[in-house]
Design a protein around this ligand. Structure first.
Ligand SMILES: Nc1ncnc2c1ncn2[C@@H]1O[C@H](COP(=O)(O)OP(=O)(O)OP(=O)(O)O)[C@@H](O)[C@H]1O
Length: 352
């Protein structure tokens, strides 16, 4: 278990981490999300004793990192895979870490096997691809067989096979009852991996919630309609009390009503429909809205204002309802400015 209490880090005038209080529990993968510069790496560095807090406290299984007599047996971390000494073979790199941490030599072979690097164990790591480097970094994190594992952006730059492998590895480690804490700036990636979510923006806690709750509350559902008789359909929908939004491609979006009801309404008025699709806004959209005020570096026109319309061409991928990982209920966009408060509920998750 990792416990943060009011953890704060200032660099001069800049507050990189601002009074963070949350607990990372065993048995589930906890995703640590935030836009670039939100303070994820700084938080992780403080967890590992690599940076000292300006205020507050972080404990690993009840103790400060510096108090752990054999830290690698408690917590293993992948922070920066590129920091590996390229002149050593993969085997020697791991052996050095094992010997300086009183970890038995047989663990080197075991972790090489786990990460699939046995065949290249005697090769110098400077010739390794990015994916192989990540695997070697993960092998080092696993070396002490720790109960807590921490991965900073582990899928960055990996190919689909590598991403799939890391995802399954993390889930497997959590299923063994370990604490798995993984940072990312991609909500879509976390939706496939994490059961619990911690979201930060500008160093502050924005959400502490189970993934299921996040999906349920944030996946805005609506119905998309297309017709060769747009004016008539719009009149019929408006007369029935529905608010109709016209999209760039000439379709209509209607919120707060079932697709079947709209189909029946159209049939009653003998209107032809070319499309009648129940849709759900993507989690990426919900995440962008949650963190919109916290994004430090905006790409012009790509970030949705809180509670406002989403910019055309933004990374939105509305998906038809009923897809795996997308259960939920209609969202309430007018409540979005309060989302942060709504999510600050450490007890709401499934974590143990
Ligand atoms: N050593 C440092 N000196 C000054 N400012 C720093 C230092 N380290 C981090 N910062 C600042 O603290 C803030 C948080 O940085 P951090 O790297 O923790 O964010 P992050 O969420 O990990 O970002 P990314 O997703 O881009 O890696 C940023 O504004 C960064 O510029």
């Amino acid at each position: 278990m990792i416990e943060l209490q009011g953890l704060t880090k200032r660099y001069g005038d800049k507050t990189a981490v601002d009074h963070l209080t949350f607990t990372v529990r065993p048995g589930v993968v906890t995703g640590f999300l935030g836009p670039n510069g939100a303070g994820k790496s700084t938080t992780m560095r403080m967890m590992l004793g690599l940076d000292s807090p300006s205020g507050g406290d972080v404990r690993i299984d009840g103790r400060h990192y510096a108090q752990l007599s054999e830290p690698l047996k408690h917590i293993g971390a992948l922070l920066d895979a590129k920091s590996i000494h390229g002149g050593r073979t993969a085997y020697n790199h791991l052996l050095c870490i094992a010997q300086s941490n009183r970890i038995p030599r047989h663990r080197v072979d075991e972790v090489l096997e786990t990460v699939g690097l046995t065949a290249v164990a005697r090769k110098r790591s400077k010739g390794f691809s990015l994916g192989m480097g990540q695997r070697l970094g993960i092998a080092a994190a696993l070396l002490g067989d720790p109960e807590i594992l921490m991965f900073d952006e582990p899928v960055n730059g990996l190919d689909p096979e590598g991403i799939h492998w890391i995802r399954n590895l993390m889930k497997g480690l959590a299923a063994q009852g370990r604490t798995v804490f993984v940072s990312s700036h991609l909500m879509s990636e976390m939706a496939l991996t994490a059961e619990h979510l911690i979201v930060i923006g500008r160093g502050r806690l924005l959400a502490d919630t189970s993934m299921a709750d996040f999906i349920e509350r944030n996946s805005r559902s609506y119905v998309r309609l297309r017709t060769p008789q747009p004016e008539r359909l719009k009149d019929v929908l408006s007369a029935a009390g529905h608010t109709v939004v016209t999209t760039g491609d000439g379709a209509f979006e209607v919120t707060g009503v079932e697709a079947a009801q709209l189909g029946e309404l159209a049939a009653q008025h003998q209107l032809v429909l070319h499309e009648l699709s129940p849709m759900r806004a993507s989690l990426e959209e919900a995440f962008m809205q949650l963190t919109a005020e916290s994004v430090e570096y905006h790409a012009h026109g790509t970030v949705a204002p809180v509670g406002g319309p989403v910019a055309a061409g933004a990374h939105l991928a509305p998906v038809p309802q009923g897809q795996p990982g997308q259960p939920g209920q209609p969202g309430q966009p007018e409540q979005q400015p309060q989302w942060g408060a709504q999510w600050r509920n450490p007890g709401s998750g499934k974590g143990r």
